[in-house]
Design a protein around this ligand. Structure first.
Ligand code: ARG
Length: 458
């Protein structure tokens, strides 16, 4: 017998039964559903809508159902459609009449909105925790590489020397913003929708704030139609998750590049690489590639959710049942990626010597040579032109800038003095960039300290 079977003269077709049931995926909300139902039952009791004894009986039975689910003693039924009606059905089997009263002044529409919000609040905290764990690994690594000079790139062409610590701290900043986005999204998830009913509230004298307090929400939704029909908070989470994945994906791309034989900047630990079934020599950066690949899934979840919502008239529509798989997938994917990323970074070997040799080619110190002239009052545009000509000449001679003799240098500009050689050494180029946010060891060290302070506050 269906919980809504009263007005039906015929059984649901078995094809529909299977088609519209969400129990296969929404059973993961059992804990939140029970938590919400207990709060609702207690509120009904307090308000005299049911008796205190009935409320106690309901709360106890709901707790025992949770224990049984966790002990693997409960089999959910497709016929009972979703997690909400499965639990209500078991409840009624256990406590009879009182069980049938639980749904007073409530609809599955506000119930499901509540469950998703409870679930997402927990998961946002978990994703933020995983981000912080990754950031801690990055800070430790950056600390060890304050003076590890490496080439910085634009257009994937050597540009200016930086340090590995500085490069890592760029991602650190991105992840900091990702955490801020999660914290901001949390504020809009942290609103309690129960009491919205199906769409138009309820005639019963409920106490929404009492439910809010029991469940630990910051506020309550202020319009019953809105409370059951929007999922913008879930879209926002998927947006925040997409940005986390985008950052992880760019980082992954660099790990793939750096671990290639062409770069050899890093060597991934054997535990975080995989082999080939045919090529015996292979050690592949599969973890980083998969993270890069899974980014597409999360973008898909975001786009799917937006598309489900875009044409829906108010208030609840069954289309909205499609919200859960997208949201769950985004949560699961971003968590899995963060979990594996931190130890992959922690265990990789940084090949300092290779990074250092990367800064000797590609005229990476050309800007510094131009800056040298500009500091001696040559207008920067002219200095740029002079060094450009030097690069051209060096290319023809097969030399780097620092390999030009002092006499050769003087031909390009009389302003050059012997100290030019020191000024364009990669270490000096980095040290000289001591602006806030710059790559100089002192500046990066300050950024690391600020980062540590910020993490301690989360
Ligand atoms: N399983 C449904 C969902 O996930 C619960 C709400 C159903 N409400 C309804 N009126 N059919 O959206």
């Amino acid at each position: 017998m269906k919980l809504w079977g009263g007005r039906f003269a015929k059984k649901t077709d078995y094809l529909v039964e299977d088609f519209h049931s969400s129990i296969s995926f929404d059973q993961r909300l059992y804990r939140q559903d029970i938590q919400g139902s207990i709060a609702h039952a207690r509120m009904l009791g307090k308000q005299g809508i049911i008796t205190i004894e009935e409320a106690d009986q309901l709360a106890r039975a709901l707790e025992s159902i949770q224990q049984d689910i966790e002990a693997g003693l409960v089999t959910f039924e497709v016929d009972a459609e979703d997690i909400h009606m499965n639990i209500e059905k078991i409840l009624t089997e256990r406590v009879g009449e009182a069980g049938k009263k639980l749904h007073t002044a409530r609809s599955r529409n506000d119930q499901v909105a509540l469950d998703i919000r409870l679930y997402l609040k927990e998961e946002i905290k978990e994703v933020a925790r995983l981000l912080v764990a990754l950031q801690k690994v990055m800070l430790d690594l950056a600390d060890q590489h304050l003076t590890t000079v490496m080439p910085g790139y634009t257009h994937l062409q050597k540009a200016q020397p930086i340090t590995f610590a500085h490069h890592l701290m760029a991602y650190f900043q991105m992840f900091t913003r990702d955490i801020e986005r999660l914290q901001d999204c949390f504020k809009r998830v942290d609103v309690m929708p129960l009491g919205s009913g199906a769409l138009a509230g309820t005639t019963f004298p409920i106490d929404r704030n009492y439910v809010r307090e029991q469940l630990g929400f910051a506020g309550i939704t202020m319009n019953s139609l809105d409370g059951v029909s929007d999922r913008d908070f879930a879209v926002e989470f998927c947006g925040a998750a997409s940005l986390i994945m985008m950052h992880l994906s760019r980082f992954s791309e660099e790990i793939v590049l750096w671990s290639s034989n062409e770069f050899r900047f890093i060597t991934l630990d054997d535990g975080f690489s995989t082999g080939s079934s045919i090529m015996p020599q292979k050690k592949n950066p599969d973890v980083a590639e998969l993270v890069r690949g899974k980014t597409g899934r999360v973008y898909g979840d975001l786009m799917g959710l937006l598309t489900v919502l875009k044409g829906l008239p108010l208030a609840y529509n069954k289309d909205m049942q499609e919200d859960k798989e997208a949201l769950f997938d985004a949560v699961d994917t971003v968590k899995k990626c963060l979990l594996v990323f931190a130890p992959m970074i922690k265990t990789m070997k940084v090949n300092k010597q290779v990074m250092r040799s990367g800064v000797t080619g590609g005229f990476i110190n050309a800007t510094d040579a131009a800056d040298y002239l500009a500091a001696k009052n040559v207008p920067f545009r002219e200095a740029h032109e002079i060094v450009g000509k030097m690069v051209l000449c060096c290319e023809q001679k097969g030399k780097s800038l620092e390999e030009l003799t002092f006499e050769e240098m003087k031909e390009f500009s009389p302003v050059f003095e012997e100290d030019i050689y020191e000024k364009i050494s990669p270490e000096k180029c980095v040290e000289a960039r001591n602006v806030p946010g710059g790559p100089a060891p002192q500046a990066v060290s300050a950024a690391i300290n600020l980062g540590r302070e910020a993490l301690a506050k989360i």
